[in-house]
Design a protein around this ligand. Structure first.
Ligand code: ZN
Length: 501
């Protein structure tokens, strides 16, 4: 059995390397590649994706998994090997259902769609991406239909990013959250809006990047194992345990853009960097679900990065970095500015309170598109109508409407967005558990120290990689199932104080 396990691991390591090579090409595509490289890059990514898929779905892998099935079940549930066999069995069954020809076709389409979108967004040109998006929708349905037996056509797609969730469970959770969020948004927005003009002065790019990276390092981002580059849609990517990269974008008239996107991507990176080194190069060497991943980016961006405690330490340094812009601005004014609640058009710029309403719109549209209730050509208009109804604002153009997010132009339609809100919900649940175990986290934060918090997160979440499902991680780390209560408690406490509710 040991020999068979070694052979399986050897094969999986080849698959891992092919995906990692693809990730390097994808990182370059979104950072430094000149536009002329697009067509070849799409083909190269498709080739690597196809090779990885072929290697992984090789019948020899299936045979090894069958041979090792009862051996895996005889091992302790929490052991690395038992977890590996469980996880690989699940992803193998998923992968063999997707024909290689479809996979290759989809990867090529994905690269082409991304390239068209990257030009269509600045040009406000939905018409040029519409046919690509129609193909994406058709292929998303096709992908789901390789997994018959679902209740809702989105279920297989949701399961890929947030294993264990379904359209029905997400809908129910979102409905409960929405019923508590909408009155809070109304209470906040009926009062005096926060003044965030201090953030909208001229902040030179170089100093912004330096300050963000300094904070990322204080959080624990290690530049021996990472680096930061610029892109148009910030992301984190991992090539190996020793190479986890972040990207950001800078607006010189908006201090919050690069700063908080850096703290966000740093949270994703800390998760990946904290995964046990023994799992490197195996299928367990990544975060366990989109939701748990996002819980870490949001925890470091918002629960820490937008807290008053954190800025008690960092604000004097920020003032020193930007004396003419912030020298005369009190901490409280800055704190209110970075926590301004105001219904807006762009999801990634949205405040913590309205953010989830943006996610719910996209989640509902994914279900409607997949069900055939909504046609791609009607999406821009549906987008405007829904923003007007839910947030009271309507985008003047598609650039700030349906073209704003990369997801549908660089992936499938279905399962792409619910993880953001699941992540917000989990972030507060994890943070509450960490603070309960270690009340000194608050005073450390006020000194710009994060070791106790990061260690708790590493021990309870990061080091496991994808050994356990999201539901198992939540249960192990917090002692209970997923709940919106810690999140609503956090929002109510923070914003009641800020807005005098
Ligand atoms: Zn994120």
């Amino acid at each position: 059995m040991e020999t068979k396990l070694q052979e399986l691991k050897q094969r999986l390591s080849v698959v891992n390397d092919l995906y990692a090579a693809g990730a390097v090409l994808g990182w370059d595509q979104q950072t430094y590649m000149p536009p002329g490289g697009a067509a070849a890059r799409g083909r190269q990514l498709a080739t690597l994706g196809r090779l990885a898929h072929e290697q992984f779905t090789d019948s020899a892998v299936g045979k090894l998994l069958d041979d090792l099935q009862s051996y895996g079940e005889s091992l302790p549930y929490e052991s690395d090997d038992a977890s590996l066999l469980r996880e690989v069995r699940r992803s193998y069954e998923r992968a063999v259902n997707i024909p290689p020809a479809f996979m290759a076709q989809f990867l090529a389409h994905q690269a082409a769609a991304f390239d068209v979108w990257a030009r269509a967004r600045p040009d406000n040109d939905f018409a040029s991406v519409q046919p690509y998006l129609e193909t994406t929708l058709e292929m998303s349905r096709q992908a789901a239909n390789y997994f018959p037996g679902y209740q809702h056509i989105a279920d297989p797609l949701i399961n890929w990013s947030d294993y264990g969730m379904s359209a029905a469970t997400v809908r129910a959770l979102f409905a409960e959250l929405r019923s508590q969020l909408v009155p809070l948004v109304q209470a906040i927005t009926s009062g005096e809006p926060a003044d965030d003009s201090c953030l909208h002065q001229h902040y030179p790019e170089g100093q912004q990047l330096a300050f963000g990276l300094m904070m990322a390092q204080r959080y624990g981002y290690d530049l021996n194992r990472g680096r930061q580059d610029k892109t148009h849609h910030p992301f984190m990517t991992k090539f190996a345990h020793g190479d986890v990269r972040i990207t950001t974008r800078v607006k010189e008239n908006d201090l919050s853009e690069a700063l908080f996107s850096t703290l966000h991507e740093t949270g994703h990176a800390l998760y990946e960097l904290g995964i046990a080194e023994e799992l490197d190069g195996t299928p367990l060497s990544g975060g366990t679900s989109a939701g748990v991943h996002e819980s870490q980016s949001r925890l470091w961006e918002n629960l820490v990065g937008r807290s008053r405690l954190c800025w008690e330490h960092f604000y004097p340094q920020l003032q020193a970095a930007f004396p003419s812009q912030l020298g005369a601005v009190p901490l409280d004014t800055f704190y209110r500015a970075i926590n301004k609640v105001s219904p807006s058009l762009i999801r990634t710029d949205a405040d913590e309170v309205t953010y989830n309403l943006h996610v719910m719109i996209r989640f509902d549209f994914e279900l409607d598109l997949l069900e055939g209730k909504l046609a791609v050509r009607d999406l821009p208009e549906a987008w405007r109508a829904r923003y007007k109804a839910d947030l009271g604002v309507a985008p003047p153009d598609d650039r700030d409407g349906v073209l704003q997010d990369v997801h549908w132009y660089g992936g499938l339609i279905g399962g792409a967005f619910q993880g953001y809100t699941l992540g917000n919900i989990m972030s507060a649940q994890f943070f509450a558990a960490a603070n309960q175990a270690h009340p000194e986290i608050a005073s450390e934060t006020a000194r710009g120290e994060f070791g106790t918090l990061r260690t708790w997160l590493t021990q309870n979440i990061y080091r496991h990689g994808s050994k356990f499902t999201a539901a198992e991680v939540v249960e192990k780390a917090t002692g209970g199932p997923l709940s919106i209560q810690p999140y609503m408690h956090y929002l109510r406490t923070k914003y009641s104080e800020l807005y005098g509710l």
